[in-house]
Design a protein around this ligand. Structure first.
Ligand code: TRP
Length: 434
């Protein structure tokens, strides 16, 4: 069975609001329940350091966001739910990717460019107040994604460029070191609207126009009363177009409920009554989660335990994968088989093993000659370690190894097989000749 891996992160820089819920938390929780999907959700706290220098706020936001996901129905036994900073392999991979990413590519990243453009317009140094963290942000994000070889990354439109950069990083790493990474794809949910905030602009922390996802009934009512409307009196027909109140209602209501409100607008419903309807409709969806949220907020140790268990699950993948990557780039122990010739020059004259991972989640290798012809092709292995052991056996035993591993190899015909034996012999000689 082939599973598709979804992965997404939320930066721990603030309190989740209704816009986050409608745009990201709710669709992600729904997606996590789809069969055949393996989901990774994480709290991007390293990312938060780029914008936030208030330690207490980062800690609080981490708790609030984790509690919101859990209260909204994310089942941590079903998905991998973790905190980025609990997986030290991620910053390690960030460095590997940094070394295969062009600086010019990062110069063009939207977030960095926006700062530079702003500075230039203000007539100050283009890099004024720009940290290297902001500049490197796409690489950290690339590591988040490639660490788990995610196929699909559900994100907003503003993040598409980062996914494309992650694809480029995967390709340039693979080109240098063999097939290790799967190129990820952005998954844009067209149907998920961006929610307007209290003032009608996009609901966003930076506009200070948000409605927190979890506030008390009283607070929620008060905030909804503050949604901007026009000055039409009760009895006057009202426009649904451009009405923030209507759009927010639509994000929570069924089609029939929305149609009913549309009629009420046409018949001139009073704004106060429309706000009361909106309040009840939102509260109906949020109320059942509120108790769970408050329970998690009152017991942060429960959330901590869930996150640590999630990190353990994540590292069961990240640790062996990182070991494979370390070896691939040449960060190797000196205990065995130190190669005197560079891999590059032996690649030029000999065949080489390439290890990679397929969409089915299994680990494969092939032996390819300098012209790119495949001499041996493995079947799928459960882990990179087992695949590596098979390669080691082939390198040690040559033809005998091929015979012993028959069941794990595809049949490629006798010519390929003969050339494979020759190539293995040549490889063994090259290693012995040091
Ligand atoms: N940068 C994303 C945002 O601001 C959050 C994020 C960090 C992310 N790492 C990620 C999203 C990896 C998807 C995949 O929204």
């Amino acid at each position: 069975m082939s599973t598709v891996r979804f992965l997404t992160g939320i930066t721990t820089s603030g309190t989740p609001h209704l816009g986050n819920y409608v745009g990201s938390i709710r669709p992600a929780v729904r997606a996590s329940l789809t069969p055949g999907v393996e989901s990774f959700y994480f709290l991007a706290d390293y990312h938060a350091l780029i914008k936030i220098d208030e330690p207490a706020r980062i800690q609080r936001s981490t708790l609030e966001i984790a509690a919101s996901w859990l209260a909204a129905g994310l089942d941590p036994s079903h998905v991998t739910f973790y905190r980025q900073s609990d997986v030290p392999e991620i910053p390690e991979l960030t460095w590997f990717l940094t070394c295969v990413t062009g600086k010019g590519v990062l110069n063009r990243a939207h977030a960095y460019k926006a700062s530079v453009d702003k500075n230039t317009a203000a007539g100050v140094d283009p890099d004024a107040d720009v940290t290297a963290g902001l500049f490197m942000y796409p690489v950290l994000m690339g590591a988040d994604i490639l660490m788990f070889n995610a196929h699909k990354v559900p994100v907003g439109r503003d993040q598409i460029q980062h996914i494309e950069m992650a694809r480029d990083m995967a390709a340039s790493f693979n080109h240098r070191y063999g097939e290790h990474f799967v190129p990820p794809q952005a998954e844009i949910e067209e149907s998920v609207a961006t929610l307007p905030g209290l003032d009608g602009r996009k609901m966003s922390k930076s506009y200070d126009n948000t409605i927190p996802l979890f506030s008390s009934r009283e607070q929620l009512k008060k905030l909804i009363a503050g949604i901007k409307t026009d000055s039409r009196a009760p009895g006057e027909p009202k426009d649904t177009e451009g009405s923030a109140l209507f759009q927010i209602y639509q994000a929570f209501a069924s089609e029939e409920e929305t149609a009913t409100l549309r009629q009420a607008y046409a018949r001139g419903i009073a704004w106060g009554d429309a706000k009361a309807l909106l309040f009840e409709r939102i509260d109906q969806e949020i109320a059942p989660m509120r108790a769970a949220y408050e329970d998690y907020m009152a017991h942060p140790e429960k959330v901590e335990a869930l996150l640590l268990a999630g990190a353990k699950k994540a590292r069961a993948i990240a640790t062996p994968f990182m070991a494979q990557l370390r070896s691939a780039v040449g960060l190797r122990g000196l205990g065995s088989a130190v190669q005197t010739k560079s891999d590059k020059s032996s690649k030029a004259t000999l065949a080489a093993f390439k290890q990679y991972r397929e969409k089915d989640g299994l680990f494969y290798f092939k032996l390819v000659d300098t012209a790119g012809a495949v001499l041996l092709q493995s079947k799928g292995f459960e882990s990179p370690k087992v695949a590596g052991q098979a390669i080691a056996q082939l390198q040690r035993e040559g033809a005998a190894g091929i015979a012993a591993l028959q069941a794990q190899l595809e049949t490629l015909g006798s010519e390929a097989q003969t050339r494979a034996v020759q190539a293995l012999t040549a490889l063994a000689e090259a290693t012995d000749a040091k």
